[in-house]
Each structure stands twice: as C-alpha cells, then as structure tokens.
Design a protein around this ligand. Structure first.
Ligand code: PLP
Length: 400
C-alpha cells in the first residue's frame, strides 16, 4: 500500500488554475448547513439524528439487515475481525493487492494472513486459487471489490458456505455497485465501506459496517460502543449500561454523519458526474488499448460500474513512470496504488516464498489511476485523456 498515493495530503490536492489534482473531496450541497445544525441541536457525539438517517438510508437502499456507521472502513474491518471471533492461530485469506487495513484488522486479533493473488483480468482476488489455500485453520476470506468491480460472488459464497467460514467483503470502493443486480456488501456475513475523502461519498474519515447475519447485530452494537450495551440503554431496553464484551470507540461524531447525509441526498448527482468522467476516459482511451499501449479496466459481465476509479495497466513499470512523469509535467496528478502486502517489510517474513503472486506484482508495478472526482469537468478530463494519449504514443515510438 502506498500511503502517499491512497491518502493524498491537502498540499498534494490543492488546485491552481491549470493544475489537475488526483482527487478533491466532494462538497455538493447542504454539508455545512447540516454540520451547523448538529451544533445548534447541541448533539455532537455519535448516534444523533444524522447517524440514524444515514444508517436507515443504507439499510433501505441496499437491503442490509443492519448498517452501523463507523469512524472508518479500517475500524469497520476491525469490528468484523472481532465479530468473526478471530483468534491467535486462525488463518484469514486476503488478497495481496489491497490496502493494509484489509489484512491488519485480522492481524490485530492474532490471525495469520494467507495472501492470495489477483486475477489476470482484474485486480480482484483470484477465486480459482482459494480452494487450495483453505486449511482446517481457515476462519475467513476477505475480498476487495477493486475499483468497485464485483468479485465472483457466486463462487465465493458457494466456497465459503461449503467450508463454513466467514466471507467478509471489503467494499471500501464499492458503494452503489452490484453483482448480478444485487448490491455489493450484501453477500458476506459482514461488509465494510469507506467514506474517506478519496471515495465516491465522503465525510473526511468515516465508514460503514453492513451486517447481513442478524445474529451478529447486537454484538456489533456493543463492540462499536467500547464493549458496552449503551445503545440498548438509549433504546430503553436496559436500565443501565455496562461492560459486556471487548470493543472500542468506533462510533463517529454526529456532525461527521451530517456531512455524509448531505452527500447521500445527492447520491444520484454524484454518481452521474463520476460516470460521465469514467465513460469519457474509457471511450477516449480505446484507441490506446487497440494499439496495445495499455489495458483499460475490464468490467466483468455480472458487475455494474460505480465509477469509483479510472485506472490503466501499463506494459511495464518504466512505461508507467514515464506516463506519470509526462502527466506531472502537464500539471496533472496521476498515481499508482497498492504495494503488494505479501512483500511488505511487515509481512514478507511470514509469506511462503514458494508462492509468488505475479498478478499482484503486475498491478503494483503497472497500474495507474487518473484524476476522477466530483468537481472535475469534462473539459479537464478531456485534457487528461489527450496528455495520456500523447505520452503513450511517445513511449511506443521511443528508440529501442
Ligand atoms: C480496499 C480498502 N480497504 C480499506 C481501506 C481503508 O479505508 P479507511 O480510510 O476508510 O479506513 C481502503 C482505503 O482506501 C481501501 O482501499
């Protein structure tokens, strides 16, 4: 994972007239008015009216039996690891090409991570390999719907059911995306979403835990409230609240939810704008793919496009470095993405060297993401596409 590229700093994302940053957090309507409303109501901590509105919205729109707002997707993953009862010595299968949190949440509970490779066609986990990685110690499989593109959920659900293990969807990128028409986040017992400022819907730092197994709902509420039954107390179900279980402080402030609520009210508008940019890139860069200069994203037939990200696969790291540099010279910020976790300083000593993960390495070396955010105009996106095409042509024409 590249911290500098995933979570760009404010300085990196500042815009001057000609400069096109990689990302700018969307502000689309009533965000500040709703934040102010929280202050006027004198309810700043979590579980106020905006938290409840957001959670109800997600439950109704996506059909989750329970949606709990969290302080981040990382924290939702940590809650998932507790809910799945991960114990020292358990094995959890995670793709290598993902953000550190997809694995770290389970390491915190003592799990051994078994890293899996990506598919050749997409950065998603290669489901065909998984049967060979499952052992009697395997407790869960974590999948990431990269760029919002669905993994092969029929196969994953069948496999994890057959082995009686947890399926956890890290849906950080995947809000509003579907697999065969069903919303992502509805397939695993648990799913996690991110509203970090680089995502389609943002509130600064924030996340969501979607709970599809009703048997896990009560415990999830306890874990989110520092291990106490405080939420049941506020519902009037108990006359005092007390320490019931392990937990932590995973509930966001209501003014964070207020910011998010304004975005939820504008969801269709946000998605339409992002999709227009994504489509423009895809159409304009078709010729580059036809020339064999790059590969464009390959959306599986059963997956819908939530326009979270537009990425290209370059033929080599040298080609990608050249492209990023040419864009930089044109004042356009394009960025690579994850570094493979099985080769990270922290986990490399624990990974079986007899299991190279070539597709994860290829995405780490060759994938580049183009600017895509709410306020990016189609004119700017056209400029990005033109610079990409010129750079790729120059790379292809370089002397051997
Ligand atoms: C796949 C994936 N999972 C989890 C996260 C962590 O999200 P957050 O920043 O909300 O903790 C990210 C971050 O972007 C991510 O890309």
């Amino acid at each position: 994972m590249s911290a500098t590229t995933e979570h760009s700093t404010a300085a990196e994302t500042s815009t001057t007239a000609n400069r096109i940053p990689f990302n700018q957090p969307a502000q689309v309507g009533q965000e500040l008015a709703y934040v102010q409303d929280c202050f006027a109501r004198k309810h700043l901590s979590g579980n106020g009216i905006y938290t409840k509105r957001c959670e109800q919205f997600f439950e109704e729109r996506f059909g989750f039996p329970k949606a709990l707002l969290t302080t981040s997707c990382t924290d939702a993953l940590e809650m998932a690891a507790i809910l799945a009862n991960i114990q020292p010595g358990d094995e959890v299968i995670v793709p290598s090409y993902t953000f550190v949190s997809s694995a770290n949440a389970f390491v915190l509970r003592g799990a051994k991570i078994i890293f899996a490779d990506s598919e050749r066609q997409t950065p998603n986990i290669d489901v065909a390999q998984l049967a060979g990685l499952i052992t009697p110690r395997t407790k869960a499989v974590v999948v990431v719907h990269y760029a919002g593109m669905a993994c092969d959920m029929d196969a994953l659900v069948a496999l994890t059911n057959r082995h009686g293990i947890f399926l956890i969807e890290d849906a950080a990128h995947a809000i509003e995306a579907t697999y065969r028409g069903k919303p992502l986040g509805r397939f695993g017992q648990l799913a996690t979403f991110s509203f970090h400022e680089t995502k389609n819907l943002v509130c600064g730092e924030g996340g969501l835990l979607a709970i599809n197994d009703p048997g896990l709902i009560y415990r999830a509420e306890v874990i989110r409230e520092k291990g106490t039954d405080r939420q049941a107390f506020f519902r009037g179900e108990v006359d005092k609240y007390t320490w019931q279980d392990v937990g932590s402080s995973f509930l966001p402030a209501d003014y964070v939810a207020a910011y998010l609520w304004a975005q939820l009210e504008n969801l269709e508008n946000i998605q339409a704008k992002r999709l227009a940019i994504w489509t423009l890139y895809h159409e304009r860069l078709a010729t580059a793919e036809a020339q064999g200069w790059i590969e464009r994203p390959k959306l599986p037939d059963c997956a819908s496009n939530n326009a979270h990200m537009y990425y290209l696969i370059c033929p080599s790291i040298a080609a990608r470095t050249f492209l990023i540099e040419q864009l930089k010279q044109a004042q356009i910020q394009a960025v690579f993405h994850y570094l493979p976790l099985h080769e990270s300083p922290f986990y490399q000593p624990h990974h079986d060297p007899a299991r190279p993960l070539p597709n994860a390495l290829r995405y780490a070396d060759c994938l580049v993401r183009l600017p895509l955010f709410y306020d990016l105009s189609l004119e700017q996106a056209n400029r990005v596409a033109s610079v990409v095409l010129t750079a790729l042509e120059a790379w292809a024409a370089r002397p051997a």
